[in-house]
Write a protein that binds this ligand. Structure first.
Ligand code: UDP
Length: 331
């Protein structure tokens, strides 16, 4: 059996490909390299450059790789702030892209898919930690595009029998512990890579977006999970579908929250660098607090995350950023 990984050259996709090939699984990767990096993809995977919405191309990928039994789909845009400015870009790439993909999967008879959803589907949570059964009311187009993907999956399961697992990630941070693959976005907008770029001397200072939120120190609280642990959750989800279980959605987080100020403090401790920071206005689309209840993934998928300490997570990211200040251009 082979697994098709869409968006396998991206941050989380490349860590998942690395985990899959280390377990001896045959992996086929599709990535259009708009945000991904060819150098991030394990040489043990078969690579195709192309777009998941290009149906003739996707038909060829399936035809040339008849061993594909399941799809893991990471190929999406994921920036909250950008989605507020360019909602149609998100509905087109994420939501319409999923429709094009499902049409081809149905045609070729590949009926298992694990896909990246997000905590952003919940919007402003009514309860913390957030459970999978809590209301999903996104407050930004990114979250809405992913919620629409979940709903499209639901109806495609009923109509065509395409079984899915939606994995709702909270905040992802860290890199492969040997420092060989990591996070490289251009432009970079995420908190931890920006903090570490300041530590590495690539930026002058961090701007903290808002200190008047309804949280203990006024800065946003987020729940951080390591891509190595996310990768394992995807592999467990593929096995769950292969065992014939029903479609479902799972939160992936650590169940612990850290404020932006706490992340900064921990990064100063890990790196030993001063990391100058100043307060800045709120960024649109940010809920006060996002913390996952992740016991469902632990119980049903058997997920057992290894990186449960924020200092350990930051140390892996620092190993990557300190040795690759220009990302994959330094490999
Ligand atoms: N953030 C910040 N300064 C930055 C980048 C991010 O204060 O330069 C904050 C952001 O407003 C949010 C948190 O860090 O409160 C996490 O943001 P990120 O973009 O990393 O992830 P998101 O929560 O949007 O998925």
């Amino acid at each position: 059996m082979a697994v098709l990984v869409l968006g396998g050259a991206g941050y989380i996709g490349s860590h998942t490909v690395d985990r899959l090939v280390s377990q001896g699984v045959d992996v086929v990767v599709v990535d259009n390299l708009v945000t991904g990096h060819r150098a991030a993809v394990s040489p043990k995977a078969k690579f195709y450059q192309g777009d998941i919405a290009d149906q003739p191309f996707m038909r060829r990928v399936f035809a040339e790789n008849p061993a594909i039994e399941a799809v893991i789909h990471f190929a999406a845009f994921s920036l909250v702030a950008e989605s507020m400015e360019k909602p149609l870009k998100y509905f087109d790439n994420n939501t319409a892209g999923m429709i094009k993909l499902l049409e081809v999967m149905n045609e070729v008879g590949v009926k298992k898919i694990v896909f990246s959803s997000t905590a952003a589907t919940y919007g402003i949570p009514e309860n913390v930690p957030i459970k999978e059964t809590d209301p999903q009311k996104p407050i930004n187009p990114y979250g809405e595009s992913k919620l629409m993907m979940e709903k499209i999956m639901h109806w495609s399961d009923l109509a065509y029998g395409i079984k899915f697992v939606a994995l709702r990630y909270f905040n992802v941070a860290g890199a492969k512990p040997d420092g060989s693959i990591g996070e490289d976005h251009n432009p970079e907008t995420h908190l931890l890579p920006i903090v570490l770029q300041v530590a590495a001397g690539k930026r002058d200072q961090l701007k903290i977006f808002g200190n008047d939120y309804n949280t203990p120190d006024g800065t946003n609280v987020r729940d951080y999970v390591h891509p190595f642990d996310l990768a394992d959750a995807h592999i467990l989800a593929v096995n769950y579908l292969k065992a014939g279980h029903e479609s479902d959605a799972f939160n992936l987080g650590s169940s612990t929250g850290f404020s932006n100020m706490e992340i900064l403090k921990a990064a100063r401790e890990v790196t030993g660098k001063p990391i100058p920071a100043e307060m800045a206005p709120r960024r649109p689309g940010d809920p006060d607090t996002l913390i996952a209840a992740s016991d469902k993934a632990r119980k049903i998928l058997g997920w057992n995350p290894q990186f449960d300490d924020i200092h350990k997570i930051i140390a892996t990211a620092w190993k990557w950023h300190a040795t690759h200040p220009n990302g994959y251009a330094d490999r």
